[in-house]
Design a protein. Structure first.
Length: 350
């Protein structure tokens, strides 16, 4: 049995930042995530994709953001159960919860914080009967490492931001990039559409619209795709076929925990602390919903901060916590390390 103060389900950016805010309150955290590494979507889906709305970072790669968060929480020594999915939850007589994973690992805590992003993801696959036979053999639904496509012939299908952005990016990596979309119009950002058109005019991207991939070619590994454009059908040689039709989010087993669900998200009370309809269970980040909700990483950080304050009061109802700015009190880690506040600041406040 793994015991902790706050059990965090989901090790994405919001879950990781929760460790920091809890650590400032001397609360220990343990995180559960179905993925084999921390970082959530930022690590698994788009580690090389830039993010522009993190305060103080005009631009930061998603993977770098995760690295920075991991460094920030080091002093608070969080525990991790990775590669396992939170399956069941049971409330104990003392008010604590026991969460068991699909592999039988048990965790006990008085507070459970669900920070599972949009839940687990399954790629939306094109209706090609034999496509599963070529998965990991030339067919990929997520681009994790652009270098994997170095000097390869790549065919991308899709009309959203992801298809446009990766088509643009891979022109400097792959030997050839072909973008196929079933419509002439794209759903992505206008500047990305214009950039693709510019690269097409320069001969750096082959753009085939309106068209769709209807077949996979190859013996053991993918060797090409069959494309239908209007009444014409033709084969296109390639090393990789990447259909980027988006990912379908699912709450998974958490949906059966008795929580109030609305449109595949967990309803919370945003007037105070982002608590669910079950006292002691909170939901923060993209997994929750409330009036005016914005699915942004920085909003998840804010929700995590208020949640930790509420969690402290639940764990220590007789204690009054007096908040101190880190510029005054510094950061005291569980490992004995301490980042001191500047003496000039402390003296001025005293």
């Amino acid at each position: 049995m793994i015991k902790t103060d706050i059990l965090i389900i989901g090790a994405g950016p919001t879950g990781l930042f929760t460790v920091f805010e809890a650590g400032l309150l001397k609360l220990r955290c343990h995180l559960i995530d179905a993925l084999p590494q921390p970082g959530g979507q930022c690590s698994e889906i788009y580690p090389k994709k830039p993010i522009y709305d993190i305060p103080a970072f005009p631009e930061i790669l998603a993977g770098e953001l995760v690295d920075n968060l991991m460094k920030q929480i080091e002093p608070f020594q969080p525990g991790f159960t990775l590669g396992e999915r939170a399956e069941t939850i049971e409330k104990q007589e003392d008010g604590s919860f026991i969460v068991t994973t699909n592999k039988g690992t048990q965790h006990q805590a008085p507070i459970v914080a669900i920070a599972g992003g949009l839940g687990s993801f399954e790629p939306r696959k094109p209706p090609i009967s034999n496509i599963s036979e070529y998965e990991e053999k030339g067919v990929e639904y997520i681009i994790r490492d652009p270098e994997f496509y170095r000097n390869k012939k790549v065919v991308i299908a899709g009309g959203g931001d992801s298809a446009l952005d990766w088509s643009i990016f891979l022109t400097n990596v792959a030997s050839s990039v072909t973008l196929i979309h079933r419509r002439n119009e794209f759903r992505g950002a206008l500047d990305s559409v214009e950039k693709v058109q510019e690269l097409k005019n320069e001969g750096k991207i082959t753009l085939i619209t309106p068209a769709e991939v209807i077949g996979i070619l190859g013996d053991e590994n993918l060797e090409g795709v069959t494309v239908r454009q209007g009444e014409d059908t033709f084969d296109l040689e390639c090393d990789h076929f990447v259909p980027l039709f988006g990912l379908a989010p699912k709450l998974g087993p958490i949906a059966d925990w008795g929580l109030e669900i609305e449109k595949n998200a967990i309803k919370v009370d945003n007037t105070l602390d982002y608590q669910t309809n079950i006292p002691g269970i909170y939901a923060i980040g993209d997994v929750n919903t409330y009036p005016g909700k914005l699915k942004l990483i920085l909003c998840g950080f804010h929700e995590a901060t208020l949640m930790c304050q509420s969690a402290y009061q639940r764990i220590f109802p007789d204690k009054r916590y007096v908040m101190k700015y880190t510029t005054v009190g510094g950061v005291q880690g569980f490992d004995g390390s301490k980042k001191e506040a500047p003496k000039a600041v402390v003296k001025a406040i005293e």
